[in-house]
Write a protein that binds this ligand. Structure first.
Ligand code: FE2
Length: 427
């Protein structure tokens, strides 16, 4: 047989060892031992081969703008929104595009090859929309970018936001966004969910709303989002991002809410790096963590992925485009520390996030898109523990990033020169 590219000896996330043969942009074979006559070969024996990382919640119009025009002193969501409002009139098409492309370089190097990014439409110039539409096109051969029309200042609170959502969708933005908890009243928030879901239903689009990103236990827009999803037949195409108020809600109410979310097949996207940083800022002690109820939602059969949300922007001063950082933080805050739960956290930043974004051609299987990442780790749990180097990144059949295994040489009397950070659990 002959392939354009052959990845030999990798350990797949399920623990099996296989060779992966690639022809063009597709996976053509996955078998224990493939003998190929021609084509490029990469021996990755002993290293984890995974489908690429996927981020279902990001803000690429704001990324890498940290410090412009100043930093967020309080660390709160509301100061972040105010700060972004100061920066917005100063944005230029070129600067937004340059920062977004620089971030895509980081993502590519980390094996993060599908991203859903919100783009703020509360600027009548819509220059960020135009810039990210260009970026989506330019990176299409290595990153699948989905854009969400996001009315950051509230679709009713901002006088032109509603018409700008429509304009952005007409320009080719993929997904309908919203921010009901930032509207002036609970009632306006409720109406915004209804109207935006109706727009998505009419156009056959997906919905992804910032929903209840607050510590207020009475912020219950997720209930309305589940209701509208059910009413409009949008099951499997709607996501609620953040859902942090659920952390603080009354337990009895949550016992009613979770089955409604499951019934409507609404996905949940907590963003642990941001939620743990921004929520609870008004508390003294005990200080709430603010992350939504992840294990409880999973137990109800709700699809839950981990999102990154921010890298170096008005809301978050750190970030590296590494979805393993996201899984690592989410795992800790959700206390998902059993082997099965840790493995599940790896699945959440790969397969589950891809399912949330409805990426049909994703995965390590014959006929799927030939995109993968090779990690300096032996299994998914070790990948989360080490957050190791990405040794090889393949996007749509082409090698786009390579890195050597890095070894530290120790100079300690009586100790070996090489250290091995891998660790095999006793079986
Ligand atoms: Fe967000």
């Amino acid at each position: 047989m002959s392939f354009d590219l052959l990845i030999k000896g990798g350990v797949l996330p399920d623990g099996s060892v296989a060779d992966i043969g690639i022809i063009g942009e597709e996976i053509a074979a996955i078998e224990p031992a493939i003998h190929a006559d021609s084509g490029a070969k990469y021996d990755v024996s002993g290293n984890l081969v995974s489908p690429p990382f996927v981020d279902p919640h990001f803000h690429m119009d704001a990324t890498l703008s940290y410090g412009l025009p100043r930093i967020n002193r309080s660390g709160t969501l509301l100061e972040g929104i105010g700060l972004w409002g100061e920066l917005k009139p100063l944005l230029t098409h070129e600067a937004v595009k340059e920062r977004a492309l620089a971030y895509c370089d980081w993502a590519a190097s980390m094996g993060l090859l599908a991203i859903r990014t919100h783009v703020d439409v509360c600027d009548d110039r819509l220059l960020a929309v135009e810039a990210l539409l260009e970026v989506r096109k330019e990176v299409a051969h290595y990153i699948d970018l989905q854009l969400v029309a996001f009315p950051q200042d509230g679709v009713y609170r901002d006088p032109t936001a509603m018409q700008n959502v429509i304009r952005a969708l007409d320009m080719g933005v993929d997904v309908v966004g919203g921010i009901p908890h930032f509207e002036r009243t609970m009632e306006d928030g409720r109406r915004s969910v209804t109207t935006l879901c109706e727009i998505a239903a009419e156009r056959g689009l997906q919905v992804d709303m910032h929903c209840d990103e607050t510590d207020d236990p009475n912020s219950r827009h997720i209930e309305q989002l589940a209701y509208e999803t059910q009413r409009l037949g949008l099951q499997g195409r709607v996501a609620g991002s953040h859902l942090t108020s659920m952390h603080s809600m009354d337990n009895y109410y949550v016992s009613k809410l979770l089955p409604l979310i499951a019934e409507a097949e609404v996905s949940a996207i907590p963003n642990p790096l941001i939620n743990i940083t921004i929520q609870g800022r008004h508390d003294t002690y005990p200080k709430r963590r603010g992350q939504t109820r992840v294990p409880e939602m999973l137990a109800h059969g709700i699809r839950v992925g981990w999102g990154q949300d921010c890298v170096l922007d008005p809301w978050y001063p750190l970030g590296t485009a590494d979805m393993l950082d996201v899984a690592f933080m989410g795992l800790h805050v959700a206390q998902m520390t059993s082997p099965a739960e840790m493995t599940q956290c790896f699945d959440m930043v790969t397969n589950v996030n891809a399912a949330i974004m409805n990426l049909d051609d994703y995965g390590l299987a014959v006929g799927k898109k030939a995109s993968l990442v090779v990690l300096d780790a032996g299994n998914p749990i070790e990948a989360i523990r080490l957050r190791p180097e990405r040794l090889l990144v393949v996007a749509k059949g082409r090698v786009i990033a390579q890195r050597n295994q890095q070894n530290t040489r120790l100079s300690l009397p009586g100790r070996p020169e090489q250290i091995n950070r891998r660790h095999t659990l006793p079986s």
